[in-house]
Design a protein around this ligand. Structure first.
Ligand SMILES: Cc1ncc(COP(=O)(O)O)c(C=O)c1O
Length: 409
């Protein structure tokens, strides 16, 4: 049992890791879904778009050799997204690319013709007219949309679930956007955002897809290609044997899985999705094995705010169903363990400031390697002395109070 301190009270977090291997059997003759939208060439063009941004630089890929040694694996790399464009999370890559594509669509321009400076020109604003960008978010995507709208000199409205922290709301307001805290969970906030956009003729910039709404979420997913292309370049000749990725609606994980397939073909690394157990919609979808996405409802209570989504994105589900090896569901203690391992490194390793949603995959790998009860699972997924593991710390301390409380233990 892990404990995390919360002011005067002490909340105890259980360490629980559950796993289901992909068991979906497709009908004979039916093909797996296409991953061409996430090709290496697509990644190059998205990356050159991001390269034009004022504060663009590749985020560090941190090799944690002492931690890898202590876990009994060969390598552990963590891509550190805590400083992306000064916004503390990877999300801005998706929102900025979707905005760029939207502007291109409106003005009849290709992505190659749209630069950061072009987006900020008063003339571009005049040609677009006054627009309102609207979205729902657990915090990070909303902050990214607020940032992107501000670059364009346009307005943003962000719907947030009822249990969102004050710090996440403040981040969004600080960027000049309107933050509306709803009565519902993340998925209900998404529906509210979509209805409001339809009512007012606003532009819905959502990071999750559903039947009839797939173009913008695809642009968001393609925006994440910059992150993966950087990581593969930073790995050089090295090749990971295991990749674990955290999922909320699954857009990040699906884009990564598709890109790895485009990069390595069908002989890619072991690939698994990691979710909080109270919002484990991919895990639950995989468990039934019937190939249809399942929804998790209720409060979706977890410290992993960015992963508290109960409805898989349709686009993401198809890719993750067809190409993932397995799905993990884990308790909040696993995320807290990951945060502490990354934030308080072994001597010789660099520190990575990683928030609750960023650190959970590190926590899973540590549990798998340390916990005798998970030995069978470790063997099943061949996590051993030959393994080279690639993880993504997708956020820094996006909720500073929570970060301090967990790290103060
Ligand atoms: C920090 C962080 N990591 C991971 C994710 C998961 O991304 P997705 O919802 O695309 O699965 C999110 C989503 O908001 C996030 O904020």
């Amino acid at each position: 049992m892990d404990r995390a301190g919360f002011g005067h009270t002490v909340v105890e977090y259980d360490i629980e890791v559950e796993y289901v291997a992909t068991r979906y059997q497709r009908r004979a003759g039916s093909a797996r879904c296409d991953t061409g939208a996430f090709s290496v060439a697509a990644a190059q063009s998205v990356r050159s778009f991001h390269r034009g941004f004022k504060d663009y630089y590749p985020t560090p890929l941190v090799a944690l050799q002492r931690l890898a040694d202590s876990l009994g694996i060969t390598r552990l790399w963590v891509k550190d997204e805590s400083r992306r464009f000064g916004l503390d999370a990877f999300k801005v890559l998706g929102a900025s690319h979707a905005v760029g594509r939207f502007v291109g669509q409106q003005l009849g321009l290709e992505l190659e013709q749209i630069s950061f400076d072009f987006l900020r020109l008063p003339q571009t604003r005049a040609r677009l007219g006054g627009r309102v960008f609207v979205t729902a978010s657990d915090g990070n995507h909303g902050r990214a949309v607020a940032w992107a709208a501000r670059q364009l000199g346009q307005k943003a409205v962000v719907f947030l679930p009822r249990n969102v922290s004050a710090a996440r709301v403040a981040h969004i307001r600080k960027l000049g956007a309107e933050a509306r805290v709803t009565d519902g969970n993340f998925d209900e906030s998404v529906r509210l955002a979509a209805e409001t956009a339809a009512q007012h003729g606003w532009v819905l910039l959502q990071d999750t897809a559903w039947e009839g709404y797939e173009q913008v979420p695809l642009w968001v997913m393609q925006g994440y290609l910059t992150l993966f292309a950087e990581a593969i370049e930073q790995l050089g000749p090295e090749r990971p044997t295991h990749v674990l990725i955290q999922a909320g609606v699954g857009s990040l994980g699906a884009a990564l899985r598709a890109y790895l397939r485009e990069q390595y073909g069908d002989s890619g690394p072991f690939f698994a999705v990691v979710e909080p157990k109270n919002a484990a919609c991919f895990y639950q979808s995989a468990k039934t094995g019937d190939g249809a996405p399942k929804t998790v409802t209720g409060a979706l209570e977890t410290i992993m705010a960015g992963l508290a989504a109960g409805e898989p994105s349709t686009l993401a589900w198809r890719i993750l169903r067809d190409y993932s090896d397995g799905f993990f569901a884990c308790s909040d203690g696993v995320a807290a363990k990951g945060m502490q391992l990354l934030g308080r490194p072994l001597p010789g390793d660099a520190a990575v400031v990683s928030g609750e949603s960023g650190a959970v995959t590190t926590g899973v790998v540590a549990c798998l390697c340390h916990d005798a009860a998970l030995r069978g699972l470790r063997e099943k997924i061949q996590l051993n002395a030959q393994s080279k593991v690639l993880l993504f710390s997708t956020e820094g301390a996006t909720d500073p109070d929570m970060y301090r409380k967990i790290m103060s233990r």
